[in-house]
Design a protein around this ligand. Sequence first.
Ligand code: PEP
Length: 256
Amino acid sequence: MTPEVRPLIAGNWKMNGTRQSLSEIKMIAEGVQGPLSDKVDALICPPATLLYVATALATDSPLMIGAQDCHFATAGAHTGDISADMIADCFGTHVILGHSERRTDYRESDHLVKLKVQAAHAAGLTAIICVGETSDERDGYQTLDVLMRQMEGSIPPDATAANTVIAYEPLWAIGTGVTPTPADVGVAHAFMRAELGQKFGSEGRTMRLLYGGSVKPANARELMSVANVDGALIGGASLKASDFLAIYSVYDGLTA
Ligand code: PEP
């Protein structure tokens, strides 16, 4: 945790979920209405097909709803894409950008991610920018170099603590059940905090830094207790309301 920084527990549903899964969002929306909502934020990013109906379901809840990607243009001939304005039009508040699956599957570069982040900011959205090393890069002791390069290339100069969240997601930890040790997460997050502080001053010192990669109810308390870890980006375990809420609840009693 970072003192003075409000944690965020965010779920990335990826290409999972149909209308039937809306019952999980409803349960999450209800489950985050307790006293913990005064100090922890909760977000679910369903596929775009469910975005509008999900925001409608969460209207009376502190649960926020976001998207998983956007185009850098506001509109135009970009078949299959959605714009940041469209996400905002559906009452989405956040958008995940530069997720490793997009960087890998669609060869998204840091520069493209930066353009998307700027589009998200222009539409009034908070961008969750994902960074993280491959297992080869980790084995070659390049983790911090990769983080520096990706942050340098993907975070635009207008980034603030309000409009930008950074998620450290080591690629080898995503969907594998394997996580870095808390000590390794601590080293990566301390490095990112220092870099952000140097570049963005007080905004960088309070920008939220999430950890992502195989976060589960069983390991969440340990990972969320690490210095400079201000929440989690959760894939698989966010699909079930009970798991998501169990992770969210670890903040009960956790202090910086
Ligand atoms: C993710 O893809 O953002 C992620 C963290 O996935 P998982 O929690 O399933 O490892």
